[in-house]
Write a protein that binds this ligand. Structure first.
Ligand code: NAD
Length: 394
């Protein structure tokens, strides 16, 4: 193009204010985007005001924060709307899950001050411990009268137990049984006796023997660093007079938790896998990496997001307290037997490895894949979601 032509083209594309047509068009479009974004924020604020009214209504009628069916219905409607508007339904779902979670967390924090049983007196045995302190704060915030009985407070046990409505044992697993027996004679007959132990059969049996009043075993499936009870699961193992224990479960539900009722033995069997086996496998993997002196940061530079995710889970374990994990992993003889089976099963791979037997590997693989069945699809979907989130962030 000649210089004159170029100059003419430049003049044509430049608006009187010195902007090119493209710049002017871009500016207009950006102004539109700004206006849409402002409207989005205004609409979110309007939505929040409606949510506040829902909270007030729920508070007045002691209704739980979470309404899973309503949430799923809302998301599926918005997904359909998104698809009809040529927007990726997954993108719309992501946004709505964030909005809903935010609104649930706000509801839960606003409900935190709501007592299902105003004025009730709560004793936390082991109240100076990690979980003890966590639940003390929850009950104090909801205006319960909260007392703590820790290892040096037994001289004062009668006063601490006077007229209490609820006693919660939050002590090391191996001491729960003895402490239940020691506490039992001091409890008012109508007080609810409960616990937070990660095992359920043994503590529940001990509490039932120690106290003739209402008993319910609890296991919060979360630790004391959890910032909100939103969607956190608490397993409840019924002991005696469940209807008299219901207010305690309703209290957790009103804080946003999901209370799942289960038989104590079933709980322990499932926890053998969910907690003991999983944590032990993680421990063994971390131990092996450390024995081999693997250069973690270098390995991450070469890694897929899956390795980062898995290493994150391993690193997470070793960032926590060993006493907590040894209590969980080695909690019962049943668990220790299961872990021995696991180690034996690992050793069964030795021959295949030594021989480099690829056929055998594939046969085993197919057998296991068959056993996993439909769950494999779900696992693929959920882990892909996590991996994509990880890629977005790191
Ligand atoms: P922790 O060691 O932090 O607290 C235990 C408390 O019990 C301590 O304050 C200790 O002084 C007190 N204690 C010990 N002996 C006592 C006695 N004879 N009389 C009165 N108090 C005594 O333990 P934690 O992590 O808070 O765990 C407590 C319970 O909660 C355990 O049963 C555990 O299985 C369960 N739990 C813990 C977690 C967790 O992540 N920490 C999660 C779920 C359930």
């Amino acid at each position: 193009m000649k210089q004159d032509d170029r100059n003419r083209r430049q003049e044509e594309q430049t608006s009187p204010a010195g902007m090119s047509d493209v710049e002017t068009a871009l500016k207009e479009l950006r102004n539109k985007i700004d206006a849409v974004d402002e409207a989005v924020v205004e609409l979110l604020a309007e939505r929040q005001k409606v949510v506040d009214r829902v909270v007030a209504l729920k508070k007045a009628h002691n209704l739980p924060v979470r309404h899973p069916a309503r949430e799923e219905d809302l998301i599926s409607k918005r997904r359909q709307q998104g698809a009809a508007s040529e927007l990726d339904p997954d993108f719309i779902e992501d946004i709505y899950r964030t909005i809903i979670r935010r609104s649930r967390v706000e509801q839960a924090s606003s409900m935190a001050g709501k007592s299902v049983r105003p004025g009730a007196k709560v004793l936390i045995v082991g109240g100076e411990g990690r979980m003890g302190r966590y639940f003390r704060r929850c009950f104090v915030d909801a205006d319960y009268e909260v007392r703590s009985l820790d290892r040096n407070d037994w001289w004062d046990v009668d006063r601490l137990c006077r007229e209490i409505d609820l006693a919660i044992l939050s002590v090391p697993i191996e001491q729960t049984e003895a402490i239940a027996v020691r506490l039992g004679p001091h409890l008012p007959a109508e007080a609810v006796l409960s616990d937070m132990t990660s095992l359920k059969a043994m503590p529940l049996a001990a509490m039932m023997t120690a106290h003739s009043g209402p008993v319910v075993g609890l296991h919060p499936l979360f630790g004391p660093t959890t910032s909100t009870l939103d969607k956190q699961i608490i397993v409840a193992a019924p002991g005696r007079r469940s209807s008299d224990c219901q207010w305690l479960l309703d209290q957790f539900i009103s804080w946003g938790a999901i209370v799942m009722t289960a038989d104590a033995r079933e709980h322990d069997e499932i926890m053998d896998i969910v907690q003991a086996l999983r944590h032990f496998a993680t421990f063994a993997f971390g131990r092996f990496l450390s024995q081999k002196q693997i250069r973690l940061s270098r390995s991450l530079e070469f890694s897929s997001p899956i390795y980062r995710l898995e290493l994150g889970m391993v690193g997470r374990l070793f960032a926590q307290d060993p006493s907590l994990y040894c209590e969980i992993i080695l909690a019962s003889s049943q668990r220790r037997a299961l872990l021995k089976d696991y180690v034996a099963s690992m050793n069964e791979n030795l021959e295949m490895i030594e021989k480099g037997d690829k056929t055998r590997f594939q046969e085993e693989f197919m057998k296991i894949a068959d056993w996993f069945g439909a769950f494999s699809d779900q696992a693929m979907r959920e882990s892909t979601y996590l991996i994509n989130k990880l890629i977005e962030r790191f």
